[in-house]
Design a protein around this ligand. Structure first.
Ligand code: DGI
Ligand code: FE
Ligand code: FE
Length: 192
């Protein structure tokens, strides 16, 4: 599926605002993929479809989770966390995309996880730093993004956890796993 076809498949499922966010994530992700030499085609499709299920009914996502091999554990956490896994699950049957690498990047784009691939990190980070985002401390993450993928992802997940703590929200375990994993890796690389 080429870029134009993919965007045409996505368009009916999103509001203009969310569609424009997706195009900015796509541009940002492609810049990162060029810089870090990550497969362009995979980056393109993962970015385009990362929020494919973002604006579906919560009840639709819930029934997909219950009637699929997706873990019901997700249902114990905020429904904001469901759209990635559900989109990843539907990728092959609805869109004919078979790549497990694309699937994984979409699955974990909201929560992150330990041992993320370069593609996973690029999608996670592009979603966080695309030019339309305004979070506290985001400029530091934008600057770091083209210096070290691990360090920039660490800053993003650290900020997100801080934000969730401020709101007294539940924190999904994979998000903490991502934080711990990158913290260890960055410490190891500094002590070399
Ligand atoms: O879909 P987007 O808005 O582009 O971005 P996203 O997929 O990163 O979703 C962000 C939302 O997910 C935001 O409202 C914060 C929420 N979120 C991310 N990680 C966690 C979380 N919410 C909870 N409760 N726990 C998490 O670990
Ligand atoms: Fe999302
Ligand atoms: Fe997004």
């Amino acid at each position: 599926m080429n870029r134009e076809e993919a965007l045409n498949r996505l368009r009916p499922h999103l509001s203009e605002k969310r569609y424009n966010h997706t195009v900015r994530v796509l541009d940002t992700a492609l810049e990162l993929s060029t810089f870090y030499e990550v497969n362009r085609k995979e980056t393109e499709l993962a970015a385009i479809f990362h929020d494919y299920f973002k604006e579906r009914d919560v009840s639709e996502m819930k029934s997909i989770i219950i009637n699929s091999d997706l873990s019901n554990h997700l249902l114990n956490f905020h429904h904001e966390l469901w759209h990635g896994p559900v989109a990843a699950y539907k990728l092959e049957s609805e869109l004919g995309i078979e790549s497990s690498r694309i699937k994984e990047a979409i699955y974990y784009h909201t929560t992150g996880k330990a041992n993320m691939s370069m593609l996973d990190k690029i999608i996670y980070l592009a979603d966080y730093i695309e030019p339309g985002r305004q979070f506290d401390g985001i400029e530091d993450v934008r600057n770091e993004a083209f210096r070290s993928l691990d360090s920039a992802c660490f800053m993003a997940v650290r900020n997100s956890i801080r934000h969730l703590l401020d709101l007294e929200q539940l924190i999904y375990p994979e998000t903490l796993n991502m934080y711990n994993d990158l913290k260890r890796k960055l410490e190891e690389s500094h002590s070399e």
